[in-house]
Design a protein around this ligand. Structure first.
Ligand code: E4P
Length: 215
């Protein structure tokens, strides 16, 4: 499983990219809105020029024609741009049209295996099931990843599964075991993944022993 980071904050992306673990970035309108006084297209360009991998930028139109127009504009920003589309009838119409143009797509807001299957058949490069938001309403989000992975394997579907709406480190391990190709992980959770008390304790021990060397 690969790591994407789920943020529009350039400092977070720069820091995480330097760790050598990032294969891409996802943004959404809420994440972009958190960044004050930026141009959406300029920020996507800045990210895509830094990160060697897929950078998802989401459309805000609700009709297919508007989504296609926005998607074509987004795709011109940089070859790394992936057009993110909502899991609606209009979203899939736009997905099929943009796929025909050779543009990469990420169908988002997926909450069922059938939605994932439809998005894949419309040509989605990526499908994004939201684990955390399902857990919030008492449905096992990781189980959905497992179902989608099984269906895609049975039917030899190439679309990649991005485990999204990741809330804590356990989601990352569970998504990897369930067959997600990618986990798009918030900066805060990526930082948590480094941590283990025995790692800290081990470093302390090594430092203390080194300081007492030859004494
Ligand atoms: C996916 O691409 C979305 O940006 C994201 O993971 C949504 O997560 P949330 O439920 O934390 O908003």
């Amino acid at each position: 499983m690969k790591f994407f980071i789920d943020t529009a904050n350039f400092d977070e992306i720069k820091e995480a990219y330097a760790w050598g673990i990032l294969s891409g970035v996802t943004t959404n309108p809420s994440l972009v809105a958190k960044e004050k006084n930026i141009s959406f297209h300029d920020r996507l360009k800045e990210i895509a020029e830094l990160v060697d991998g897929s950078v998802s930028g989401e459309v805000i139109s609700l009709d297919a024609e508007g989504m296609i127009k926005e998607g074509l504009e987004l795709s011109k920003i940089h070859p790394n741009i992936t057009v993110k589309l909502p899991m609606t009838e209009a979203g899939l119409t736009a997905c099929a049209a943009l796929t025909k143009e050779g543009i990469k797509t990420n169908v988002t807001l997926i909450f069922s295996a059938n939605q994932a299957l439809m998005a894949a058949r419309a040509g989605a490069t990526y499908v994004s099931p939201f684990i955390g938001r399902l857990d919030d309403i008492g449905i096992d989000g990781v189980e959905l990843i497992r179902e989608i992975a099984e269906i895609f394997a049975i039917h030899e579907i190439d679309s990649q599964i991005i485990a999204a709406s990741i809330r804590h480190p356990q989601h990352v391990t569970q998504a990897a075991l369930a067959g997600a190709h990618i986990a798009t992980t918030p900066y805060k959770v990526l930082k948590q993944l480094f941590k283990h008390p025995l790692t800290d304790k081990g470093i302390d021990g090594f430092m203390k022993d080194w300081a007492n060397k030859d004494k």
